[in-house]
Design a protein around this ligand. Structure first.
Ligand code: UD1
Ligand code: UDP
Length: 376
């Protein structure tokens, strides 16, 4: 620990803490933006070092988030990307271990369920460094998803299980959590913190609507990137046809993930929707906020649709955010184009009425930081 003596005298209730945050993929930059802002509010007590694994590396998949959301520049960038799961995770594990040995943090902060998350979990747990897992307890119960494996393994070796919902707590309890010395707490969802904070900044610049020649309320927003969808030619074809069908009702705008771009190029499908490059978070918030509804296989976007009072058609067979399905805000349609069209017709008739906020109301990041300060 750094300068503990003098700071402990100044702030006797707390110990000083050094956190190493490991991130690498687009949604993690957004989540970390919220938590790092909360950490910065306590910068006299906490030092944060950011490690970027390099998993996402295009300017509009990485740098744009650091710039726009004013995330502290990573101290380390491992530059590891684009390989298979084993090679990517293994290379990251090696790189992260080296940094942890050098930095000797009190806590490692990890987010979600990517290969970057898993690599940090393995590296940290083998070195006996307490791990704080943000978005603990989420489950799809589909072990074919790489994310499900990453999150189950990460939860098991984490000391702090920061759950976003009651469902996540319930999932963990069913699996026998918390195990010895684990802390399990529902802190709320850090993505809600991000949406609430950045929506005001985003609203100052609506250029994304003009640039793409779209009118508020008169288009649908869609994203596709899940491996189980992009890597299965039949699924991808069905989803494209489903989006083509929805486009007949209202234009569909798709900021296209590079993974999907590659697959679509290989498949030569007829496309009637509008593809644009991935956008930064501020433009994305505006695109969600002004859309008619959202169609996606993204995890994060399902909730953001809800935050901005939009229905969501989810092109997956299951979701980690079951409360949205149970509440009637989200429909699961898999890659079935008929179900997509049916869900669209149904949501077009329905009024969006929010009776409950499932995600904590925008205090998750502060809850996490306060908790760590009190229990580290
Ligand atoms: C990863 C996560 C997924 C998350 C998603 C967020 C894993 C196993 N998957 O999936 O959980 O939902 O990020 O977007 O960790 N690529 C580029 N440029 C980039 C980034 C990626 O061209 O900036 C290409 C890569 O070269 C690779 C492909 O996209 O060929 C997939 O990238 P990868 O990071 O392996 O997985 P994602 O599908 O992005
Ligand atoms: N997002 C973005 N620009 C885009 C597409 C998505 O900023 O072009 C944001 C989106 O609003 C959400 C996050 O990226 O906050 C979701 O990331 P993604 O869908 O890649 O991953 P997942 O949430 O499925 O893990």
């Amino acid at each position: 620990m750094k300068k503990a003596g003098s700071l402990n005298r100044l702030y006797p209730k707390y110990r000083e803490m050094k956190i190493v945050t490991v991130i690498g993929a687009r949604p993690q930059f957004i989540k970390a933006a919220a938590v790092s802002r909360a950490i910065a509010n306590h910068q006299h007590k906490i030092e944060e070092i950011i490690v970027h694994t390099g998993q996402h590396y295009d300017k509009n998949m990485s740098d744009i988030f650091f710039d726009e959301l004013k995330i502290k520049k990573p101290t380390y960038n491992l530059g590891i990307s684009g390989t298979g799961h084993g090679e990517m995770t293994g290379d990251m594990l090696k790189g992260i271990e080296k940094i942890l040995l050098e930095e000797k943090p009190d806590v490692i902060l990890i987010y979600g369920d990517t290969n970057s998350t898993l690599a940090a979990s393995i590296a940290g747990s083998k070195l006996h460094i307490p791990i704080a897992h943000v978005e603990a307890g989420l489950r799809s119960f589909n072990m074919h998803m790489p994310e499900e494996i990453n999150r189950i393994l990460s939860d098991r070796v984490s000391k702090y299980l920061f759950c976003p919902t009651d469902t996540a707590i319930k999932n963990l309890k069913t699996e026998g959590f918390p195990f010895k010395n684990q802390h399990m707490v529902n802190v709320g969802d850090v993505m809600e913190d991000a949406a609430l904070f950045y929506k005001h900044i985003a609203a100052e610049n609506l250029a994304v609507l003009n640039t793409n020649n779209i009118e508020s309320g008169n288009y649908n927003l869609a994203t596709i990137h899940r491996a189980e969808n992009t890597d299965n030619p039949i699924h991808l074809k069905n989803m494209v046809e489903g989006l083509n069908e929805i486009s007949k009702q209202k234009q569909v705008i798709v900021p296209l993930h590079p993974r999907t771009k590659k697959k679509l190029q290989e498949q030569n499908l007829k496309i009637d929707f509008t593809i644009i490059d991935p956008v930064g978070y501020l433009d994305m918030i505006n695109l969600i906020n002004h859309s008619f509804l959202v169609v996606t296989d993204s995890g994060g976007l399902q909730k953001e649709a809800f935050f901005f009072n939009k229905f969501c058609i989810t092109m997956r067979e299951e979701t980690e955010w079951v409360e949205l399905v149970n509440g009637g805000f989200n429909m699961l349609v898999g890659s079935n184009k008929n179900k997509m069209a049916k869900a669209y017709a149904e949501f077009s008739k329905r009024e969006f009425k929010k009776t409950e906020n499932y995600y904590g109301g925008g205090k998750a990041s502060e809850n996490i930081v306060e908790y760590l300060l009190k229990h580290n």
